[in-house]
Design a binder for this molecule. Structure first.
Ligand SMILES: [Zn+2]
Length: 156
């Protein structure tokens, strides 16, 4: 069997086992050098954590195991099409390869699609339904939050 499909079937298997324990139907595996280094399932319901998606949990565990927040060279195989939050988290961690077994179109009839959020996020910020504003509070005389951080970095 093709390796990619094997990882995807593993992710779907995790999703199935998660259903059996009352969870949502999502699983993911993180792979590096052809080896699964971390797994994750959706744990939103049991933890009450809205970010506890399968991919986020696989990312957290992979980062912990590798001892780095950078996950360059890691691929994620997910049972379902990653939502925009997970997509952004994977992107920010340096992941360059993602594959998923079930699309948003597959998920739509079950209320599990995030296509509407993808569409919303594709609009210019000012046209989105969420209020998202830049409200500066800083005194222009002070060096600023980021400059402070940069100075601290230089001191070591
Ligand atoms: Zn997600």
């Amino acid at each position: 069997m093709d390796q990619e499909k094997r990882f995807l079937r593993e992710a779907v298997g995790l999703a199935r086992r998660n259903i059996e324990t009352g969870g949502r139907p999502f699983g993911a595996v993180a792979v590096r050098n052809g080896e699964v280094i971390a797994e994750g399932v959706n744990q939103m319901l049991e933890t009450g954590d809205p970010t506890s998606h399968a991919e986020m949990n696989a990312l957290r565990l992979a980062a912990k195991r590798l001892g780095s927040a950078r996950l360059d060279g890691v691929a994620i195989y997910a049972s379902g099409q990653p939502c925009p939050m997970c997509l952004a988290a994977m992107r920010m961690a340096g992941i360059t390869e993602i594959a998923y077994a079930h699309s948003n179109a597959d998920a739509e009839p079950y209320g599990l699609s995030t296509a509407a959020i993808y569409a919303e996020l594709a609009k210019p910020l000012g046209e989105q339904s969420m209020r998202f504003r830049h409200v500066p509070v800083g005194d222009t005389a002070d060096p600023g939050l980021y400059a402070e951080w940069q100075q601290r970095q230089k001191k070591g």
